[in-house]
Design a binder for this molecule. Structure first.
Ligand code: COA
Length: 151
């Protein structure tokens, strides 16, 4: 049985997951204090986390989403995204966005499956904002891709 709920303090388990999605703790520290944080729990084990931030009066953004590798591919990520959409709607926002890197091929597919549409590319974002090179699926992660969904 999976439980999805909001959390108000972070444990080491949450941090391990947050850093899976964003390897820079410095970047996570910049938004985490002004976020709504949700977790997915199976039998007292935190298996997923999702972080929602207000971008403007009408838009939220899923800033971070991660599922424990041994629980990936079972629909937990999708259910956390759907929760983010429901929560944003409930709080009165009309748009939700999510960003990822050009090399995150699987994530780009997943977000589109959840209804998001690619709107903006920030070229070379990861080169300018991250100290270490990031490589995934044989591709260097250079560009930040923004996907949006009207809700
Ligand atoms: N390749 C292609 N599609 C896949 C897949 C794979 N390896 N694994 C799952 N999918 C599909 C599923 O079939 C499902 O589609 P469907 O509903 O049409 O069947 C969809 O993707 C959702 O999968 P789901 O099981 O909900 O995803 P997940 O629980 O593995 O969570 C992530 C997705 C991205 C959160 C998870 O993989 C993760 O934590 N990755 C590391 C951190 C990360 O990259 N975060 C995002 C940073 S932008």
């Amino acid at each position: 049985m999976i439980h999805l709920k909001e959390v108000h303090s972070l444990t080491d388990e949450h941090w391990k997951l947050l850093l899976l999605a964003d390897p820079s703790k410095k970047m996570v520290d910049e938004y985490i204090h002004k976020s709504n944080i949700y977790e997915s729990v199976i039998e007292n084990l935190v298996v997923g986390v999702m972080v929602l931030v207000e971008n403007s009066n009408h838009e939220t953004e899923i800033k971070n989403i991660a599922v424990d590798p041994s629980f990936q591919g079972k629909g937990i990520g999708k259910s956390l995204i759907q929760l983010g959409i429901r929560e944003s709607k409930k709080l009165g926002y009309s748009k939700i966005s999510i960003c990822t890197g050009n090399s995150s091929i699987y994530q780009i597919a997943l977000y589109q499956k959840c209804g998001f549409q690619l709107t903006t590319i920030f070229h070379d974002f990861f080169i300018h904002h991250y100290e270490e090179e990031i490589w995934e699926n044989g591709l260097q992660c250079k560009d930040l891709m923004k996907l949006e969904l009207n809700i």
